[in-house]
Design a protein around this ligand. Structure first.
Ligand code: SAM
Ligand code: SF4
Length: 328
């Protein structure tokens, strides 16, 4: 079992498989993209399998594949197949923009992969296009509805962006009320590849909840696992639920159970901190699982207690980085 220096159990790995993406969400990266990694800088299929296997052997029981857009990687399903054979790995999830998942839905189902988070920050086509700078709305909605119909456990991630999509919050809840999905509203974080910096946000978790509460005053708070980053609610008559993730306010650090590995192999023990080691370099130098295990244990033994503490590790700003490199 992996325990950090603040006695938090680490059982959840967010594994980014690429930093590339076919969308250009304006809260994530500039229109021209970022300086994407070259292929040889990315962990190869075999390296990804190896990393996953070692970490599952150390006590990771949940892996979320993320990116960039995971499905732009041609070998993603090969990795999924491998993950589905790992004993001790109880939960394989993926976070996706749902543009390219369509052809893989049947196989995902056959592999028993149930949890799919779809990032969708709009319910209106025009809002979608403005935010993503691309024209994939129909495909995303079609895939989203297929996932729901095929009984996947679907969660929609909707970042509330001041002046861009607040008018879509209530229509999103109305549209989804007939479906068993969880719509999670996230606070925006300034990880956008340097396109825009900000030190405070208008749409924090309190104002999002107040806004929704004005329309649905009888919402009920739900019990959530201790490690959940979202605070979840139920509206009467809605099949699914909604949640709010205070990603900017960071109220959840005390129970953080996550480890992140970027597509280039950087090991990040806190989203707001600096990378602590590079697992790709270590594997390419000395591919012994013992060396890797020792290095991982060491960095988890020096973990910052909160995101605010970790943020001080940066000389300039942590926010020059883009979420497409970190994986969210
Ligand atoms: N491409 C996939 C997707 O969009 O779902 C996976 C990668 S994306 C970087 C992972 C998550 O990070 C998404 O849910 C996205 O909404 C979130 N994200 C990206 N930029 C963000 C930001 N500036 N603030 C908060 N969340 C952000
Ligand atoms: Fe791509 Fe996801 Fe970033 Fe949007 S949030 S640009 S879909 S990586």
């Amino acid at each position: 079992m992996l325990i950090d220096n603040h006695n938090r159990k680490i059982n959840y790995l967010r594994l980014a498989v690429t930093d590339r993406c076919n969308l250009r969400c304006n809260y994530c990266m500039p229109a021209e993209g970022i300086n994407f990694a070259k292929k040889e800088q990315l962990l190869s299929t075999e390296e990804l399998k190896n990393v996953a296997q070692i970490l599952v052997g150390m006590g990771i029981d949940k892996i979320r594949l993320t990116g960039g857009e995971p499905f732009v990687r041609k070998d993603l399903m090969e990795l999924m197949r491998h993950l589905s054979t790992l004993r001790g790995l109880n939960d394989i999830s993926v976070t996706t923009n749902a543009t390219l998942i369509g052809p893989h839905i049947d196989e995902l189902k056959a592999l028993g992969i149930k949890n799919v988070n779809v990032s969708l920050d709009a319910i209106e086509k025009t809002t979608f296009k403005k935010i993503t700078r691309r024209d994939n709305y129909e495909m995303v909605m079609e895939n989203l509805m297929r996932l729901v119909a095929e009984d996947f456990n679907v969660r929609i991630n909707f970042i509330v962006l001041d002046g861009q999509n607040e008018q879509d919050i209530l229509p999103m809840l109305e549209t989804m009320k007939h479906h068993p999905v969880s719509v999670r509203f996230l606070e925006e974080m300034p990880f956008n590849g340097g396109s825009r910096s900000f030190a405070s946000i208008k749409w924090d978790y309190k104002s999002i909840l107040e806004y929704i509460g004005n329309q649905y005053p009888t919402y009920q708070k739900l019990e959530a696992p201790k490690t959940s980053t979202s605070i979840n609610y139920k509206i009467e008559g809605h099949q699914g639920t909604f949640g709010i993730i205070p990603s900017f306010s960071r109220t959840f650090c005390g129970s953080c159970n996550r480890l992140r590995i970027t597509a280039k192999g950087d090991v990040i023990t806190c989203l707001y901190g600096r990378p602590k080691m590079n697992i790709r370099d270590l594997i390419r130098k000395d591919n012994s699982s013992e060396t890797i295990k020792t290095a991982i244990t060491e960095v988890l033994g020096k973990r910052a207690k909160t995101g605010f503490e970790a943020q001080k590790e940066h000389e300039n700003s942590v926010f020059d980085n883009s979420m497409t490199s970190i994986g969210g």
